[in-house]
Write a protein that binds this ligand. Structure first.
Ligand code: GLC
Length: 542
């Protein structure tokens, strides 16, 4: 099974949010399961020279988008078992940032069209295009469009993942033909039409063969107008092909036993280094050197849905519980100003780091005792998982992926891996923060066991990768794992006779299609310098 993962950002090349973490770690996990996996993303100017020098130029084509005829280069590099393809066009991707440009619709329509037009230029033909968020939402539509004329791509299936339904890609109705170069029928028949506008996310939800979102709870919440941002009726209509799959994190780079950003290393069995990390952060941020005062941290974009209004309301109550507090992140001015102001009010106890720095964020995850994430909505959330991996006990609101990854502490049977509250109310949040602070101060042994349970959770991609493989297998009809090994004991053979027969059939079906691909009108991609590259790459890991 061949997977092409289509994304507008991926770690370690470029990142604005959690999508980049997922796109940087799920594909290598799929490759580790034995699936041929490649990723394709735009070649932004933000992608640094350390990556560019590892890239090989493959070829260029021209992409037609309405009346536009645009240059489109293709580069690639090989890393962690995955081929990473980069789509080059300086007019669109040399902007100093990833998003927020006046022509984002055109830029990502170009990228989406390029993905389909470049299919013959790749080394192999994918069976699945796995698209993510509105930026790649036109891919399933361009693919369907192209497949009417191009039989070699008719077997390709699409999966569309919603990382956040807030951003849908909405444009005026004229954009269908004028900007996106599509027949107006795509609008008139309602596929791309929503409330009188073009809505790219709606189009992808309808046209993809499977739709996923990043946690089961969020998948269920999307039927509710309070969470669906106007798309609840579309979610209802596609419920039959919708799945919630919890994200994983990259447990190799996020590992307190080896993270190079940390002043000391530690494990669940030997957590001593965590105290060193705490003392070092307290010193660096001008917090009082108090090893026994619980340190609460937030590492977050400072935007509304992260629940910052609750924190504003409860801030003085939190500080009155007798803790230290550190917040790291940037975002809306009102929250940035609020935390700066509070830092002034609580010198030595509250630190506001209004910036984003990857290394500092890791030091915060490691140093803190408690991690606060009171989101109003949270499709999955990765920070709570990273915090747990670093032995920092999460305090979360029970929504989306927070609900699916954090189980509440129960003193009477000493269970759970964090603290949770259900209602979006600052008083409820403050109640569990106090509970957490008192447990830390008054029952250090119980807190240590809670911390150990949090650290023991498995948030690696191994499990979720399996769920994606199941979905890929369902939409392609290809069995996974591939039914090749006829290793049967003599006794079991007769009973299973019919099963292997069934299993081999689909495999054969796909074989001719695959065999035919290289023979398609592909003008043989030039030097495949991958073997040479792969030996150079692993060094880049750390
Ligand atoms: C978005 C969501 C976040 C999720 C991430 C990765 O950023 O807001 O909850 O963890 O995507 O899927």
């Amino acid at each position: 099974m061949n997977i092409l993962y289509v994304t507008s950002e991926a770690v370690p090349f470029c990142k604005t949010g959690g999508l980049a973490d997922v796109a940087g770690s799920l594909p290598p996990a799929l490759a580790a399961e034995g699936v041929e996996t490649a990723v394709i993303l735009p070649l932004y100017d933000k992608i640094g020279p350390q990556w560019r020098e590892k890239m090989t130029f493959r070829r260029y084509i021209y992409v037609d988008l309405g009346w536009r005829h645009e240059y489109c280069g293709l580069f690639s590099l090989y890393d962690r078992g995955v081929t990473w393809y980069f789509v080059d066009n300086e007019k669109y991707f040399r902007r100093g940032r990833l998003y927020g440009e006046f022509d984002d619709g055109e830029r990502f329509a170009f990228f989406s069209k390029a993905v389909v037009d470049l299919l013959p230029s790749l080394d192999w033909m994918p069976d699945i295009l796995h698209c993510n968020d509105w930026q790649t939402a036109l891919v399933p539509i361009y693919l369907k469009d192209a497949a009417t004329r191009w039989w070699e791509i008719r077997h390709i299936r699409t999966v569309f993942t919603i990382h956040n339904i807030e951003y849908q890609g909405r444009y005026g109705s004229d954009s269908v033909d004028q900007l996106f170069g599509l027949d107006r029928g795509w609008y008139d028949d309602g596929t791309l039409r929503m409330d009188g506008d073009v809505n790219l996310m709606k189009g992808a939800m309808l046209m993809a063969d499977a739709v996923t979102t990043v946690s089961p709870t969020y998948a269920a919440q999307l039927h509710d107008p309070a969470y669906a941002e106007g798309l609840e009726s579309v979610v209802d209509a596609i419920g039959w092909k919708m799945h919630g799959v919890v994200n994983g994190i990259d447990t190799v780079t996020y590992d307190p036993a080896s993270d190079p950003a940390l002043p000391a290393h530690y494990t669940a069995a030997d957590p001593a280094g965590k105290a060193v990390c705490k003392a070092s952060l307290q010193a660096a941020l001008g917090l009082a050197q108090e090893p026994d005062t619980p340190l609460i941290a937030m590492v977050t974009r400072l935007v509304g849905h992260k629940g910052l209004d609750l924190v504003q309301q409860a801030m003085d109550g939190i500080m009155a519980a007798g803790c230290q507090f550190v917040v790291l992140g940037t975002g809306d001015r009102q929250y940035e100003d609020f935390f700066r102001w509070k830092a002034g009010q609580y010198p030595g106890r509250l630190s506001a780091q209004i910036l984003y720095a990857e290394d500092l964020s890791r030091r915060v995850y490691a140093a803190a005792d408690l991690f606060l994430m009171p989101s109003r909505s949270e499709p999955c959330g990765l920070s709570q998982m990273i915090a747990m991996r670093y032995g920092t006990v999460p305090i979360v609101r029970e929504t989306g992926g927070l609900k699916d990854t954090v189980t509440p502490y129960e003193a009477w049977r000493d269970s759970g891996n964090g603290f949770t509250f259900a209602n979006y109310a600052s008083s409820d949040m403050l109640y569990v923060i106090r509970e957490a602070v008192y447990l830390y101060k008054d029952y250090p042994d119980a807190f240590a066991r809670l911390r150990a349970r949090a650290m023991a959770c498995d948030f690696s991609w191994a499990r979720s990768a399996g769920e994606y493989l199941h979905i890929y297998s369902t939409v392609t009809g290809q069995p996974w794992p591939p039914a090749e090994e006829p290793v049967r004991t003599e006794e079991s053979a007769p009973a299973e006779e019919s099963a292997p027969a069934e299993e081999t059939a689909p495999a054969e079906e796909t074989a001719p299609a695959e065999a035919a691909e290289p023979a398609s009108d592909e003008p043989a991609p030039q030097p495949t310098a991958e073997a040479a590259q792969s030996s150079a790459e692993p060094a880049a890991e750390e």
